[in-house]
Design a protein around this ligand. Structure first.
Ligand code: NAD
Length: 437
């Protein structure tokens, strides 16, 4: 089997590398020349644990290659995956599908022989049909099928998620296309991964249903955390108490500063638009979107209040800028709302993130970027944990105390124990837990 992966970002590069690990011949395409140049030099343009080894070994084995030449890559491919970005369109919540349709047109021009064109990007219901129309319009003679195969991997654990997924969803409507997809995913059939074959529309909607459900679950526990603070309950115990119920499940019940990242914010917005446009509004998801946007601002207010109500002349040390640990992805990270709000309020922000600093510098101005956690807190009035990187979980609290002006920590990820912090003499604030048990 030979495939072309159009778009070599977080999803395209991981999927391409994993398919090549399955023994498929993969050509990864990107129009970003610098990205391809780096890959050709053996450099990985994103931070994703384990990806460097996987890419290097498969490139050396001759199964994985990189190019900017889409036409060459598509020629003779059994399947062409579209893994380009689908960000929020300017001035509204719809997904911007211009990259998808541009890729579809280019693929159509280059296809020879029967080709399965697979949308791996997250795309609203109806996009697959439109891709089909675009290809047919460009190449009325072409022999092809369009398939939807949304990706469920998570940044930070992307390789394992791709290789051992909970399920694979494939929207394919001909036996021929289903057979190509079955062959590509053969190693997953062998380990008995549930593979769901559906229509195009069902597959496209399933991806949004999954992401918006998870965003709602996070938002639920965030609001529950607020209530816990008011009534003196512990949100972690509540989460455990409900999560042990198999109907609810334990995951995604950890409170924090609001969901972020390259998927949940844009996918919730896009599904809200699809639902409105279809005359079946999803009021629950509309509310989730609203609550989450407000939550990020409330987190900044919480820090200001913790610092005595004014940030004038105050310095805050921020640990963690990416939307979650083990990625360098800054897209829609809560830090992008919280840090500017603190600076606007008059604070000096000293920040450190293990992998996200290069990206952060493109988005956050006026920040003093530091080369380590302890450097960031040197002389600060308060320490704020924004992202729960492992290296922030066991800071030397004696050293922290000696560096801060006063021992004060806002832990928006609940990685420290309130009692231990109190015993160590810290003024400590977390999310949804009583400060003393
Ligand atoms: P990304 O921005 O990291 O990568 C997209 C790449 O596509 C870029 O490198 C861009 O240069 C390239 N590109 C755009 N148009 C192109 C064209 N015509 N030809 C060649 N290359 C082109 O995006 P991503 O995070 O990998 O997301 C891709 C899709 O997968 C999105 O729809 C996203 O919602 C979905 N998704 C993302 C994740 C995730 O965790 N990042 C998880 C599941 C699904």
């Amino acid at each position: 089997m030979r495939i072309a992966m159009i778009g070599t970002g977080y999803v395209g590069l991981v999927s391409g590398a994993c398919f090549s690990e399955f023994g498929v011949e993969v050509v990864c395409v990107d129009k970003d020349e610098s990205k391809i140049e780096r890959l050709l030099r053996g450099e990985i343009p994103i931070y994703e644990p384990g990806l460097d080894k996987l890419v290097t070994s498969n490139a050396e084995a001759g199964r994985l290659s990189f190019t900017t030449d889409l036409k060459e890559a598509v020629k003779g491919a059994d399947a062409v995956f579209i893994a380009v970005g689908t960000p929020t369109r300017r001035g509204g919540g719809h997904a911007d599908l211009s990259y998808v349709y541009a890729a579809a047109r280019e693929i159509a021009e280059a296809m020879d022989g029967y080709t399965v064109v697979v949308t791996k990007s997250t795309v609203p219901v109806g996009t697959g049909r439109e891709v089909e129309r675009v290809i047919r319009e460009t190449r009325p003679d072409a022999e092809f099928d369009v398939v939807s195969n949304p990706e469920f991997l998570r940044e930070g654990s992307a390789i394992n998620d791709f290789m051992r997924p909970d399920r694979v969803v494939i929207g394919a409507e001909t036996d021929r296309a289903r057979e190509v997809m079955r062959t590509l995913y053969r190693p997953l059939f062998l380990i008995e991964t549930p593979i769901l074959f559906t229509s195009l529309e069902t597959s496209e909607l399933t991806k949004y249903a999954a992401n918006t459900f998870l965003a709602a679950k996070i938002t639920f526990i965030n609001e529950m955390a607020d209530l816990c603070e008011k009534v003196g309950a512990d949100v972690h115990d509540v989460a455990k108490g409900i999560g042990l119920d198999g109907r609810i499940g334990k995951k995604f019940l950890h409170p924090g500063p609001g969901y972020g990242g390259s998927c949940f914010p844009k996918d919730t917005l896009a599904l809200v638009q699809t639902a409105r446009d279809s005359g079946a509004p999803l009021r629950i998801i509309e509310t989730v979107v609203d609550i989450n946007a407000k939550r990020k601002r409330q987190m900044a207010d919480r820090i200001v209040e913790f610092c005595g109500g004014s940030m004038q002349g105050k310095t805050v040390a921020i640990l963690g800028l990416t939307f979650k640990p083990n990625t360098d992805d800054m897209r829609d990270s809560p830090s992008l709302d919280i840090v500017p709000a603190l600076i606007d309020a008059g604070a000096t922000v000293r920040a450190y993130d293990p992998e996200g600093m290069d990206e952060a510098k493109k988005h956050l101005d006026g920040v003093v970027y530091c080369s380590g956690a302890y450097e960031a807190m040197d002389g600060a009035d308060a320490l704020v944990i924004l992202t729960e990187w492992n290296e922030f979980r066991s800071l030397n609290l004696t050293r922290v105390k000696s560096l801060l002006k006063e021992p004060a920590m806002v832990d928006l990820r609940n990685i420290y124990d309130p009692k231990q912090m109190a015993d160590q003499g810290f003024r400590y604030q977390c999310v949804g837990r009583p400060l003393r048990k």
